[in-house]
Design a protein. Structure first.
Length: 85
């Protein structure tokens, strides 16, 4: 496990892969929605939905509407934080 790599799928070194890409993970049959990975952004695949799109860094606040077999993302732009906050 390498906790320093935090990029989007496909940006990590070849010998590393994301936790949700592990074919033997016990949660592989579950649908998981998570945040706290802003560089991943709004993303869907491998039974997971990421809704962290970096609002705190000036990105967007993201919500996901979950329907059977379909995920819709909704984004609201966020202003960048200023030093005075």
């Amino acid at each position: 496990m390498d906790l320093k790599e935090k990029g989007r799928p496909g940006t990590q070194p070849d010998h590393l892969f994301h936790w949700f890409e592990v074919s033997t993970r016990k949660s592989r049959d579950a649908n998981i929605v998570f945040g706290h990975w802003s560089t991943l952004g709004a993303w869907q695949g491998n039974g997971v939905v990421s809704v962290d799109s970096g609002c705190v860094w000036g990105g967007a606040l993201t919500a996901a509407r979950l329907e059977p077999g379909k995920v819709e993302f909704y984004h609201v732009p966020c202003a960048q934080l200023t030093a005075g906050l």
